[in-house]
Design a protein around this ligand. Structure first.
Ligand code: ATP
Length: 330
């Protein structure tokens, strides 16, 4: 397999701040790679190390096998879509898209053709004469995408590009971005703090915390088998079971995760544990029950149409043993 981007023990420090701390990763050519993590975890700095706006303090970045320190930013086959889109307000949509080609000295007719093709690709035909201010947020996002793609990058970097959109539009754009990536075959590297976005679009997800990658895997790996408590907490709503809870289940003393939707209610004494119902939250498709088992509070999602016991009732909880995943650390 050939790699679009490789990080070999890369660090980027700003004084005392270890923005990126000993990160190694490989991004397969043609894949959709998400960097997921809370604010300040080092994702944007990693993108900037790929685009060349930042240089590593230690380690090596390679782009299609070439050492990045030999490639100035403008010679890297890479382009970035920023969260705020960074469109030129005084230029038409068409000229915004064609801008990169003008800088490269392409003639006007071929620039115009290329820009119109890109606008068709992002479903904005007929919008070329408008100014950015005359577009909706979602349309501006597409212009930013067209402008980045017109230069035919081999790697597209996207820094929270859907952050400014409302939920419905975000979801529609997630599907579109994924489809566009597959049809173009370009490598996409996507930064987000939204776990749903990372899980729904990416082939591979790197979860960041404190400048380090704490887990790297497929969306299913990350969701079903979080390796640490941090990942279990950050990615969705897995129950985190402490060692004393696990030892009462005859698991060795270790931390484990168990997703709320994997737990069912049963009669007291009939499941793996009994607990006391302390609360119920209606979430639309499910009711999320809070059940206190010893010192541990568990969430259990039950179908919204199923009967909910009264608060304070003793209930049994049951799950398939395969749903419980041991974690390496706490
Ligand atoms: P966000 O989601 O908020 O953009 P992030 O995960 O992308 O966060 P980075 O922007 O990479 O995080 O920042 C990582 C850490 O490095 C933060 O603590 C940040 O304050 C620090 N940092 C980033 N750039 C600089 C800089 N130029 N000078 C000093 N500190 C910086």
């Amino acid at each position: 397999m050939s790699f679009a981007v490789e990080f070999d023990r890369v660090a980027r420090h700003f004084g005392q701040v270890r923005a990126v701390d000993d990160v190694s990763l490989q991004i397969a050519e043609g894949s959709f790679f998400a960097m997921l993590g809370p604010s300040g975890s080092g994702k944007t700095t990693c993108l900037r190390l790929i685009s060349g706006f930042e240089r590593p303090t230690a380690g090596q970045v390679r782009i299609f096998g070439d050492r990045a320190d030999t490639l100035p930013p403008n010679r890297r086959p890479v382009n970035t879509v920023f969260q705020d889109y960074a469109l030129f307000p005084h230029l038409s949509v068409r000229d915004n898209v064609a801008y990169g080609l003008m800088v490269r000295g392409q003639n006007k007719a071929s620039r115009r053709d290329a820009a119109e093709n890109m606008l068709t690709l992002v479903k904005l035909d007929g919008y070329g004469d408008r100014k950015p201010a005359q577009l909706s947020g979602g349309q501006r996002q597409r212009v930013a995408l067209a402008r980045a793609l017109v230069n035919k990058p081999k790697v597209l970097l996207l820094d929270e590009p859907l952050g400014a959109l409302d939920l419905k539009l975000r979801e529609a754009m997630q599907d579109e971005l994924k489809a566009l990536q597959k049809s173009l075959g370009i490598t996409f590297v996507f930064v987000t703090h939204d776990q749903g976005e990372a899980l729904s679009m990416a082939d591979t997800v790197a979860v960041f915390n404190d400048g380090k990658i704490v887990q790297l895997g497929t969306p299913e790996d990350i969701y079903q088998r979080p390796r640490t408590r941090f990942v279990a907490d950050f990615v969705g709503s897995a129950n985190v079971l402490p060692p004393e809870f696990c030892s009462s289940l005859d698991l060795a003393r270790s931390w484990a995760s168990l997703r709320a939707e994997a737990i069912s209610l049963t009669a007291p004494g009939r499941g793996q544990v009994d607990g006391t119902l302390t609360g119920t939250r209606y979430l639309g498709a499910v009711n999320r029950l809070s059940v206190r088992v010893g010192k541990t509070e568990l969430s259990a999602d039950i179908p919204a149409h199923a009967p909910v016991p009264a608060p304070g009732a003793t209930v049994g909880l049951t799950w398939d043993a395969r749903a419980l995943h041991r974690m390496e650390e706490g």
